[in-house]
Unconditional design. Structure first.
Length: 182
């Protein structure tokens, strides 16, 4: 891996992202501008902000979504996290995070970016920063059992139409709708 291969893959994912509206296109251009000025923008050591890789994990039917109760955020969210030195691409990072956080080895990932998001957070650096999150669609076989990792307070399959009260429900519902459009 090199910071360059991660960077190049993030740029490619954003350039190939089939945006649906002006807001997504604006976000794409903002993230591309960030990457143009930040050669190490995919590494967590980049204090002003860094690319992260997330996975919306759905079962084969698309009716169940796997969510983690994130200990720092305190809400049910999709799986994901930082790009690591072992990741060749942001797609590899999203898949690694999905496998690590779900305990499921047999997953498939869609290579096209599903969505993107940016949000302020105090992450493992211990300083306020910004995550520029690239989100991918991942599928698991129906009936697959997930195993919680140490990175999560809880991990569960939820019906996409019956999310827990403290979930990022609007975000998750939007991502599920985007997945259904594919």
């Amino acid at each position: 891996m090199s910071a360059r291969s991660l960077h190049d893959s993030a740029v490619a994912a954003l350039e190939e992202w089939p945006v649906l509206d002006h807001h997504e296109d604006s976000l794409r251009h903002t993230m591309l501008a960030f990457l143009a000025g930040s050669p190490d923008g995919c590494l967590r050591s980049n204090e002003p902000g860094h690319i992260t890789a997330s996975s919306l994990v759905l079962d084969e039917s698309g009716e169940q979504v796997l969510l983690t109760l994130h200990p720092r955020v305190g809400r049910w969210i999709q799986l994901g996290g930082h790009c690591e030195p072992s990741d060749e691409t942001v797609l590899d990072a999203a898949m690694r995070e999905a496998r690590e956080e779900s305990g499921i080895d047999e997953l498939t990932i869609e290579p096209t970016l599903l969505s993107a998001n940016t949000h302020p957070i105090t992450c493992s650096l211990g300083k306020p920063t910004r995550h520029l999150d690239l989100r991918f669609l991942v599928r698991a076989a129906a009936g697959t059992t997930a195993v919680r990792s140490e990175e999560s307070t809880d991990l569960r399959w939820w019906p996409v139409h019956d999310l827990p009260a403290n979930a990022e429900a609007d975000t998750i519902s939007h991502l599920v709708e985007l997945a259904r459009q594919r």
